[in-house]
Design a protein around this ligand. Structure first.
Ligand code: FE
Length: 340
């Protein structure tokens, strides 16, 4: 009798462990509640339980590195290809592609180690009450350094990864020497010492403190949505995005993305989750909550960002993997130019 009880108990324990075996652990630096809703949909579809640890990018990366082989994280999700690339260069991801991922994501928005989930552009903002679209006609990122704009440009600090990736893309296209001259020009043209986040730059143009701001596309939509309060909503109505480099390589693009970690205990499930994030259903959910651009064809961005045009030329020539590769050079160039 005792033996039978023991056997049944053992079987129950084994069964219990089996039923919890299907899981995936995400470390995410994306601070969106909507992402959690998305993971719930994934669980409903696949039966794979999703455990999420959210935090700041630097803190999560530090934890993953320190915990090494003992780290339970399977998938690391964050914004900016520069971050993904820099983390990869420390050997933290493993190759984890699949035919579905390759099919869904254009080649310039992925590497063998990490995959773009959504797109964003880093653009110029202006106030139509003071500048006409025709004043900006043909304008490029390179033109932001033109003395014509002296004292008129706002952009955040050089420690910001979005700026580092923009500068990295300039290095990829124009070389280090020209980019160093460009950075000096930008510093000369600044309307104020760099401060604040992307929305603070847009607010400065709305308030007339500057004529041109550099910020990511989804922030104008976020402000227009009212989620950041009536003052920011009113300010956002005074400015418009301008998509630079339309006559050349196209507007600077970046991604939110993720990669499977080197010591992932549940690699197959992590790939399944990435594949799910690239489905039509998930993409629609993402773009309606973050105001980013979809990674896949056939999904429309939220109207709050779509209203500014969907047919702008995206820079599909510059691989976003160059942002991580050129990140150290970009920061050096900015710092040496006196870009705080
Ligand atoms: Fe952002």
């Amino acid at each position: 009798m005792r033996k039978i009880v023991l056997l049944v108990t053992t079987l129950l324990i084994a069964f219990g462990q089996m039923s919890f075996a299907e899981e995936v652990n995400i470390f995410s630096a994306r601070h969106y509640d909507s992402d959690v809703q998305l993971y719930e949909k994934f669980t409903a579809k696949t039966g794979i339980k999703v455990n999420v640890v959210s935090g700041k990018d630097k803190a999560l990366q530090k934890r993953i590195i320190e915990e090494g082989k003992d780290c339970a994280a399977d998938l690391y999700i964050t914004a900016d290809a520069g971050r993904l690339g820099a983390f990869q260069s420390k050997g933290m991801f493993q190759k984890a592609s699949s035919p579905a991922l390759k099919k869904a994501i254009p080649s310039n928005f992925r590497s063998p180690y990490w995959f773009g989930i959504a797109k964003r552009a880093r653009v110029i903002y202006y106030a139509p009450s003071r500048l006409n679209d025709s004043d900006l006609q043909g304008m490029t990122y390179e033109d932001l350094a033109d003395p014509y704009w002296k004292g008129k440009v706002v952009i955040r600090k050089s420690n910001n990864v979005y700026n580092q990736s923009l500068v990295a893309s300039l290095i990829a296209n124009n070389g280090k020497k020209k980019t160093a001259d460009w950075a000096k020009g930008i510093v000369n043209n600044m309307a104020r010492k760099p401060k604040g986040n992307d929305r603070a730059q847009i607010l400065a143009v709305a308030a007339g403190e500057a004529e041109l701001a550099v910020a990511n596309t989804y922030y104008i939509a976020l402000m227009l949505s009212g989620k950041k309060g009536p003052e920011q909503q009113a300010a956002a109505k005074k400015v418009r995005p301008f998509f630079p480099n339309q006559d050349g390589r196209g507007t600077h693009m970046n991604i939110s993305g993720g990669g499977v970690l080197k010591h992932a205990p549940n690699k197959a499930n992590a790939i399944k989750l990435l594949e799910f994030l690239l489905t039509k259903e998930a993409q629609q959910h993402i773009v309606n909550n973050t105001y980013e651009y979809p990674m896949i064809e056939g999904v429309k961005p939220n109207q709050l960002i779509a209203q500014f045009g969907l047919n702008f030329k995206q820079d599909l020539k510059t691989k976003v993997s160059s942002y991580g590769k050129n990140q150290a050079d970009a920061l050096k160039i900015m710092t040496e130019a006196g870009w705080e």
